[in-house]
Design a protein around this ligand. Structure first.
Ligand code: FAD
Ligand code: DHB
Length: 394
């Protein structure tokens, strides 16, 4: 089996790459270990930066997002029982974010790819990478669990297989520097059948821990609370979750979050992680395979989209003019933006979560940070320009 670009993983990174390459007339095959139903049903991100929205629109897969997504011009930060609005539109010269669920982006991309006749192998197993430092790298895989081992030969491999996939580990240890930070925080996320409580997202720092009120549709809302990362979801009855949310976000003036049936709940742990380098021979890592951010800054999917823009253009320049300049600089270009998103995500996470190991002094500094960021125009502007997304510098 042969193609130009072999892509491992049908997350936002892999699907978007395959889509952008197709628009340039470049052929690719995607290998995904889960089923189509699973990837289209996994609840994760919700916030799309302006640049991500522009990219999806410019490449013809933004129609449903424009109808069903919600444009937000600001966010609210709540602490010490008060709410403060960061007017992102005003602070960034009119930029904004769109709330549209990641699995909806996945559905739109899968539909577009299949409609264009793309090959996506779902439910594959035993995926491994070979001959990365040759001009004919190979992917081995099984189409059925006990089936024969098949081989794909290609010009490039894109490792878009998330944090736990095999691609990053295929880069020899001597040339792979991994930097990471583990946080003592987890996020318990819920989808609830309730009406919206606020037109914009509310990030809350409360003495019982962080809470985030987000949204999905007129009927379904998405909320998160900080929990211990080793906690188990079975310890959290729906009643306990609502009691905790009320305790953290309700206001003295009678404003209260609305409860209702919880239709999905899970706990994720948090880490910051960067793999330096993002390329080795003919292998290029993109998205969570190369870097993880804690979700507080809403950057993960957006970083994946930015990596893919660089990679798609680099591969396309290679085929158009044999120019490998952009591909050679892929890691360098992406990592600059990745580190800035790491800084922002780390900052938002440490500012908004309660670290129960912290001293009263540390807690005082944290509240001063929130007070500063909501009262200084310069500090609010810095938060806003990072939240809507920094430009991609080539
Ligand atoms: P993934 O989405 O992880 O996709 C990788 C794919 O590879 C998966 O489908 C996986 O099944 C497949 N795979 C793995 N191993 C193999 C293998 N061996 N063979 C074949 N396939 C394999 N980001 C934002 O930008 N905004 C947000 O608001 C936001 N909120 C978040 C909230 C939460 C609670 C969480 C957990 C994350 C959030 N993120 C957010 C982050 C975002 O979800 C991820 O960064 C994003 O999914 C990364 O996309 P990806 O394609 O790189 O990786
Ligand atoms: C959502 C997720 C985030 O990580 C975030 O910072 C804001 C909103 C969401 O899923 O809606």
């Amino acid at each position: 089996m042969q193609t130009q670009v072999g892509i491992i993983g049908a997350g936002p990174a892999g699907l978007l790459l395959s889509h952008l390459l197709h628009l340039q007339g470049i052929e690719s095959i995607i290998f995904e270990s889960r089923s189509r139903e699973e990837i289209e049903g996994t609840i994760r991100a919700g916030v799309l930066e302006q640049g991500t929205v522009d990219l999806l629109n410019a490449t013809g897969v933004g129609e449903r997002m424009m109808k069903e997504g919600h444009v937000h011009h600001g966010i609210e930060l709540q602490f010490n029982g008060k709410r403060h609005r960061i007017n992102m539109g005003e602070l960034t010269g009119g930029k904004n974010i769109t709330v549209y669920a990641q699995h909806e982006v996945i559905k739109d991309l899968v539909a577009a790819r299949l409609q264009a006749g793309a090959k996506i192998y779902f439910n594959v197993s035993d995926v491994s990478l070979h001959d990365l430092d040759s001009t004919t790298p190979k992917i081995h895989f099984r189409q059925e669990k006990e089936g024969e081992l098949l081989e794909l030969t290609c010009d490039f491999i894109a490792g878009c297989d998330g944090f736990h996939g095999p691609s990053r580990k295929a880069i020899p240890k001597e040339v792979r520097i991994e930097k990471q930070k583990i946080y003592p925080f987890g996020w318990l996320g819920i989808l609830a059948k309730t009406p919206p409580v606020n037109p914009e997202l509310i990030y809350t720092n409360h003495e019982r821990g962080f809470a985030l009120l987000s949204t999905r549709s007129p009927e379904v809302q998405r909320h998160y609370i900080q929990v211990d990362p080793s906690d188990h979801i079975d310890n959290w009855s729906d009643d306990r979750i609502w009691t905790e949310l009320h305790a953290r976000v309700d206001m003295a003036d009678g404003w209260t979050v609305k409860d209702g049936p919880i239709i999905q709940k899970n706990i994720v742990s948090m880490r910051s992680f960067v793999c330096e380098t993002m390329q080795y021979g003919r292998l290029f890592l993109a998205g969570d395979a190369a870097h993880i951010v804690p979700p507080t800054g809403a950057k993960g999917l957006n970083l994946a989209a930015a990596d893919i823009q660089v990679l798609a253009r680099g591969i396309s320049e290679y085929y158009q003019s044999s120019n490998e300049n952009l591909l050679e600089r892929y890691s360098e270009i992406c990592l600059r933006r990745v580190w800035k998103a790491q800084r922002f995500s780390y900052w938002m996470t440490t500012m908004l979560h309660r670290n129960f190991e912290h001293s009263p002094f540390d807690a005082g500094i944290q509240l001063a940070e929130l007070d500063y960021v909501t009262s200084s125009n310069a500090a609010s502007k810095s938060l806003a320009e990072n939240y809507v997304g920094l430009p991609l510098e080539w």
